[in-house]
Ligand binder design. Structure first.
Ligand SMILES: C[S@@+](CC[C@H](N)C(=O)[O-])C[C@H]1O[C@@H](n2cnc3c(N)ncnc32)[C@H](O)[C@@H]1O
Length: 291
């Protein structure tokens, strides 16, 4: 099983879906498929697939193939199964531990993982497993964060709310690092790939603008929805920070009062979001290597 002292982080299905929907715009999808060059009929595995965004995207793109997604979290896999069924995608999902995949060696033409390695404390071991199950000549593709901290440009948020956001972000990242997670593992991927003997290693990065920047009218609904889901998650996370003395009750109330009122006003008047954009930037790194 996974490292004994590793607490498996829990992810929210809705949050995963909405953030992937925002991330994978048409431009990135095209760039990605050029980069990985998958073909009809191939056997493909998504490790730590969560709600299955990546394997569904690949299955929809190539149509015919043999598609698998594994994750440690059964609830996420249930959601993955439901969405795949609704979309007539035939994908086999299974509860498995990425540290000990239950596949024999040399099975897959492509083994992929998205934002998984940075959420494990021994990414090298997971990568080794991915390589083991990949066919000689097959491709291993990993996606991870390229920036330790998201970069905020929030000119339309009051300074005291912005300061709380930054303070909590730093506290959460620091706690993760202390537990052994690398919040910018993307920057290490080429080195890890080469160390594990992968060939033809290549990498590209993409800047993502997300959350509160509605860059056009079509984005407004997604942006509000994403922020609402984020608020629910933050309520749980910030509660923990209050208990650890990082946040005071006043700061907690100020933060959520502001966002609740702001989201209400955005819902009533979506045009406000176009007039007062706040950008949050992150960088994703996509690396590939051949076995
Ligand atoms: C940030 S989520 C990414 C989910 C999905 N790849 C995506 O991009 O939407 C990280 C995923 O890794 C899974 N995970 C973490 N440790 C794992 C392990 N040891 N074995 C299998 N899955 C694991 C989590 O349950 C979660 O679904």
């Amino acid at each position: 099983m996974y490292s004994q002292n590793e607490k498996i982080l829990k992810f929210n299905a809705e949050q995963l879906e909405i953030s992937r929907k925002k991330l994978w715009d048409k431009y990135l999808v095209d760039q990605f498929f050029d980069f990985i060059n998958v073909k009809k009929g191939q056997k493909i595995l998504d490790v730590g697939c969560g709600t299955g965004w990546m394997i569904r995207m690949i299955a929809s793109h190539i149509g015919e193939g043999d598609f698998y997604g594994i994750d440690i979290d059964r609830n996420l896999l249930n959601v993955a199964g439901e969405i795949s069924k609704e979309n007539n995608l035939k994908i086999t999902y299974d509860v498995q531990d990425a540290y000990n995949l239950e596949f024999s060696d040399d099975q897959f033409d492509l083994t992929v993982c998205q934002f998984v390695l940075g959420n494990t404390t021994n990414p090298q071991k997971v990568l080794r497993e991915m390589i083991r199950v990949t066919k000689p000549g097959g491709l291993v593709v990993c996606i991870d964060a390229g920036l330790k901290e998201r970069q905020y440009n929030w000119p339309n948020v009051p300074k005291e709310v912005y300061d709380i956001e930054i303070k909590t972000l730093k506290a959460i990242n620091q706690a993760a690092e202390e537990k052994g997670y690398n919040k910018q593992l993307g920057m290490k991927l080429p080195e890890l790939f080469i160390k594990e003997g992968l060939k033809n290693v290549d990498v590209f990065g993409k800047t993502n603008i997300h959350l509160d920047c509605a860059v056009n009218k079509d984005e407004i609904e997604k942006t509000i929805e994403s922020r609402e889901i984020m608020m629910e998650r933050n309520k749980r996370r910030f509660q923990g920070l209050k208990e650890r003395g990082v946040l005071t009750d006043e700061e907690y109330n100020l933060y959520f009062d502001y966002w609740e009122k702001t989201l209400e006003s955005f819902k009533k008047n979506p045009g406000l979001l176009l007039k007062s954009p706040n950008m949050t930037l992150s960088v994703m790194v996509i690396a590939r290597g051949q076995k």
